[in-house]
Design a protein around this ligand. Structure first.
Ligand SMILES: *Cc1c(COP(=O)(O)O)cnc(C)c1O
Length: 390
């Protein structure tokens, strides 16, 4: 019998390998595969399905919008994009200006273009980013990405990017001088394995950028829209970046990205400097507004605390600890057995992500219930045991 997996392998380029599960539908935190097996989704499409699957408000917003006006291009404006930009700025509580794109990497491309233009007008020629950081797969974003295995084979790049160890404020201070146009940082590194920096690191980055005149770009593509229990992770650090990039959780599953420029950084682009045909299309904007209307930060904090405390309470020889912020955690292993944990979890009915050889990323929908957290916590020790010896 030819399975969907076989057909996938024949039809697609091998860049993803063949994923282990073929999903058919979802509801809240639950998803079902094409054979009807049910899973609790504790990865949420990589911190994307903020409201879970098939949330009534998202379904209603998207259905109504697609039946009303699906696309305008940037030749014409529409109300959902205006509402969304206003809404983001209100949540950010800072004066700024917005550009809308379709994805995370496109948001970072726009931020990089802004930084390049800023550099040209102020005589600055290089950029600083963090080792193991992830900013996307298109060439500009890839040039800022600090993971050699995905970056190096596609270089050299047109941008001069210098990498510093993440979390080391002294290394950052040494790397950034008056010729640096911008510093790109994640407030917590996502793809590196949900790695928060030491306290004060982001504030130190702000201070270094301000002192030297470099732009501070916060890549919050994975960390924002309530994921950490705050609308934006940088708000917890008491820091305002110059540029902020968003995507993933913003659309709740619909493709959208955004760049926000604060203060003077909001007016770097002049008319004609950038654009996107689909960027900020009405359907994705309607979805994002539904997300922003329905994320409940109090709920996120409560369930996040329950998940963290529960994980911390598990004593298991394969579990080394827990790191991360809010509903965005990594279970750190004592051995490189994350792939086995992911498989054992799947067999037990849970979708999790082996983000690093020794780390399991958990990013359930922000609507995950306490009961669903408890179901996962009850099952996790046996999953670890299976992965440890299996
Ligand atoms: C996912 C991610 C990106 C890239 O987003 P895409 O939508 O996959 O292009 C960039 N930066 C960070 C921090 C991310 O987590």
């Amino acid at each position: 019998m030819t399975t969907l997996f076989d057909r996938f392998e024949r039809a697609f380029m091998p860049n993803y390998g063949v994923p282990p599960v073929a999903l058919a539908r979802g509801e809240g935190t639950r998803v079902w595969d094409v054979d009807g097996a049910e899973y609790l989704d504790f990865i949420g499409g990589i911190a994307v399905t903020s409201l879970g699957h098939a949330h009534p408000a998202l379904v209603e917003a998207v259905s109504t919008q697609v039946a009303t006006l699906a696309h305008t291009s940037n030749l014409f404006l529409h109300e959902p994009e205006v509402k969304l930009a206003e809404r983001l700025l209100a949540l950010l509580e800072q004066p700024g200006k917005v550009f809308l794109a379709n994805s995370g990497t496109e948001a970072n491309e726009a931020a990089l273009k802004l930084a390049i233009k800023y550099g040209k007008t102020t005589g600055r020629s290089y950029f600083v980013a963090a080792e193991m950081g992830f900013h996307g797969r298109t060439l500009g974003s890839l040039s800022l990405t600090g993971k050699p295995s995905i970056r190096d084979q596609f270089g050299p790049f047109a941008t001069d990017v210098r990498f510093v160890p993440y979390g080391d404020a002294d290394a950052l201070a040494k790397a950034v001088d008056e010729n640096c146009a911008a510093v790109f940082l994640e407030p917590t590194q996502g793809e590196a394995g949900v790695v928060p920096p030491p306290d004060g690191y982001f504030a130190a980055a702000r201070e270094i950028a301000t002192r030297t005149g470099a732009l501070l770009v916060a890549d919050e593509i994975q960390s924002a829209i309530g994921r950490t229990g705050h609308w934006f992770a940088h708000q917890a650090d008491g820091v305002v970046p110059d540029l902020l990039t968003l995507a993933k959780g913003l659309g709740g599953g619909l493709p959208i990205g955004a760049v926000v420029g604060f203060g003077a950084a909001g007016t770097i682009f002049a008319k004609g400097d950038h654009g996107s045909t689909f960027g900020g299309n009405p359907i994705s904007c309607a979805a994002a507004l539904a997300v922003l209307d329905n994320v409940d930060l109090e709920h996120v904090r409560a369930v996040a605390e329950r998940l963290r405390t529960g994980l911390e309470g598990i004593a298991h020889p394969l579990l080394n600890g827990v790191r991360g912020r809010g509903l965005w955690l990594a279970a750190v292993l004592t051995e490189d057995r994350a792939a086995q944990v992911q498989t054992a979890a799947q067999q037990a009915g849970f979708l999790v992500n082996a983000v690093q050889p020794d780390a399991i990323r958990l990013a359930p929908p922000l609507v995950v219930t306490p009961a669903e957290i408890d179901t996962f916590l009850a099952a996790f020790p046996a999953i670890l045991t299976e992965a440890h010896h299996g």
